[in-house]
Structure formats: C-alpha cells, structure tokens
Design a protein around this ligand. Structure first.
Ligand SMILES: Cc1cc2nc3c(=O)[nH]c(=O)nc-3n(C[C@H](O)[C@H](O)[C@H](O)COP(=O)(O)OP(=O)(O)OC[C@H]3O[C@@H](n4cnc5c(N)ncnc54)[C@H](O)[C@@H]3O)c2cc1C
Length: 278
C-alpha cells in the first residue's frame, strides 16, 4: 500500500498504524530495493511542507528533515555551515541533490554519507517525531553503526538542529574519491575551527567519514590542537597517531592503509584551508 499524508501528525499516525517504511527523495530507498518491489506499506512524506526548509532560531539553526541538498546549498547560512554546503555539493549529481534530503542521508546511515561529518563537526542533534511526541538526541548517538540508527520504526526524522554558538567559525569539508564527480568517498573530513582573539585555536571539531562503521569525531586530536597559533603550517601539528580511533577497511575503493594515510592528509589540508579562509 502507498500512502501520502499531508501533515506530520497524519504521517506519524499512519506510520504507527501501518508499520510502513518512510519514503522521502527515494535516492537511497529505491536503489536499496534493486529489482524487488517494496514490502509492506510505503509512507511517502514528500508533501510534509512543515518539515522542509531551514530557519534560523535564537539559539540554533533548524534544518527540516525534508530539506534537499540543493536547498542547503542555496540557503544563506552562517560561516560555520560552509563545510555542510561543500558536502551538499558532493552528494551525487545535481539531480540527486535536487531530490535527496538531509534526513534521508542520516537515516540511511551509510558510513560514506557526505552529510554526516560536517553535521557531527557542528555538534548537530536530530529531532524525531512520532505519535507519542518528539524527542531529540545528538547525531553522534543517533548513528549507531553501519546502516544502523536509534530511530524507532514509528519515527520520522523531523529536523536537524545545529547550535549557533560557533556560527563565525571557519569550516571546511574535503572528500577524496577515485574520480572527481559522482563518487563514493574513500575518506572525507570536516573541520570547524574557532579562533580566539589572540589568533589561537579556541576550539576545533574534526570528523572523519568512510573510515569506520560510522563517521566519527577525533576528540583527542581536537583537544591537542587547542592553543596553537592559527597560521599556515598548522596541519603539521597533526600526528598520525591521533587518527588511531579510525578503523578503515580494505574494499574495492581503497585499502585500509591508503584510507588511513589519505585521512591524515585530508585532516592536515582541511586545517590549512580553515586558516586560509579566516
Ligand atoms: C546516483 C546516486 C549517487 C549518490 N551519491 C551520493 C553521494 O555522493 N554522497 C552521499 O552521501 N549520498 C549519495 N547518494 C545517496 C542519497 O542520494 C543520499 O543519501 C540522500 O540524501 C538520501 O535522501 P533521500 O531523501 O533520497 O532518502 P530516501 O531514499 O527517501 O530514504 C533513505 C532512507 O532513510 C529513510 N528516511 C528518509 N527520510 C526519512 C525521515 N525524514 N525520517 C525517517 N526516515 C527517513 C527511508 O525510509 C530510507 O530508509 C547517492 C544516491 C544515488 C542514487
């Protein structure tokens, strides 16, 4: 059965009563089916205007779950979102960006989802709506592993919430793939860097994707960079051992050793690019 609710309340109640699957842009949903038809009920949420679009609220930026990557690219957003916009431009092709949504990318929970590292680096939270109400949790917690999230089957990811605290921080996203366009990453890195008044690192957030079951923050490295002067050459302060939490695998795209090496280079380059964009 195919259902197309008009409001979020209607959608969560249909989801609870039908036990159906959520369909948004369909750019992960349909490829995952292959030649099969969907099993059970499909709840198409693309008419829920109330969870589409981006609004700047007093303490946070609210990105509706149905917001497409094209809408992210076009929205006027604070500087710390530059990495997210750069990631949005890397999601597939323009056609995929026109259709694919932020929530779809997060709920699909691929280790190579381009939206995840920038949102982790922004300390994003997700808001989950169900017939029982709304709850929120850090994105880092929501992503439980490769293709696994803490979303209950009756929940819709209604929004991604980003605190505005670091709004003027520099931010950079770098993705390495086997070719320039329409590619799944070998590694990708997002960095958010806040300088203090004396030109030193006050805070930095560094997330790496495609190098573990889920993208992750490198907390030890982040702490180690605090207090360094924000100037060209800062990348050299990143020691290879600080990337030891990563657990890359060998696959058709790259070996684990190559991924590890590439990630180190990307982290260094992303930090240098943050300096360049001050
Ligand atoms: C050719 C091609 C290239 C691609 N390239 C990239 C790429 O370079 N980088 C990248 O990261 N991704 C890429 N993708 C994957 C995909 O486009 C993105 O992950 C996109 O953001 C998915 O969004 P969607 O709205 O299409 O999700 P859908 O396909 O509609 O849904 C994906 C999953 O999330 C669930 N879901 C969707 N929305 C919600 C919601 N609001 N609440 C609860 N559950 C929900 C669905 O049930 C489904 O399980 C590519 C896909 C294709 C087909």
């Amino acid at each position: 059965m195919y259902l197309k609710p008009k409001t979020l309340d209607e959608a969560v109640s249909l989801l609870a009563s039908s036990g159906g699957q959520v369909l948004a842009g369909g750019t992960d949903f349909y490829p995952a089916l292959g030649e099969r038809a969907p099993r059970g009920c499909v709840v198409d949420i693309t008419s829920l205007g109330e969870i589409r679009g981006i609004s700047i609220e007093s303490g946070q930026v609210r990105i509706g779950g149905l917001t497409t990557w094209t809408e992210v690219i076009r929205a006027p957003l604070p500087r710390c979102f530059d990495a997210l916009k750069a990631a949005a431009r890397e999601v597939g092709s323009v056609q995929i960006q026109n259709r694919g949504t932020v929530a779809g990318n997060l709920c699909n929970a691929s280790p190579a989802a381009d939206g995840v590292p920038p949102l982790l680096a922004l300390d994003a939270e997700v808001e989950l709506a169900s017939a029982a109400g709304r709850r929120r949790m850090p994105l880092e917690q929501f992503l439980a592993g490769n293709r696994k999230t803490l979303r209950r089957a009756d929940e819709i990811l209604s929004a991604v919430l980003v605190p505005r605290r670091l709004k003027n921080a520099a931010s950079v996203f770098l993705k390495l793939g086997a070719r320039r366009y329409l590619v799944i990453s070998i590694s990708m890195v997002a960095v958010v860097l806040q300088s203090d008044e004396s030109g030193r690192v006050a805070e930095t957030h560094i997330a790496v994707g495609s190098c573990s079951a889920k993208a992750q923050r490198l907390g030890d490295l982040e702490r180690n960079l605090v207090g360094l002067r924000v100037k060209a050459g800062i990348g050299a302060a990143v020691e290879a051992e600080r990337l030891s939490p990563l657990s890359p695998i060998d696959d058709v795209r790259a070996t684990a050793a190559y991924r590890r090496d590439a990630s180190l280079t990307l982290v260094r380059r992303a930090l240098e690019a943050c300096v360049g964009s001050r």
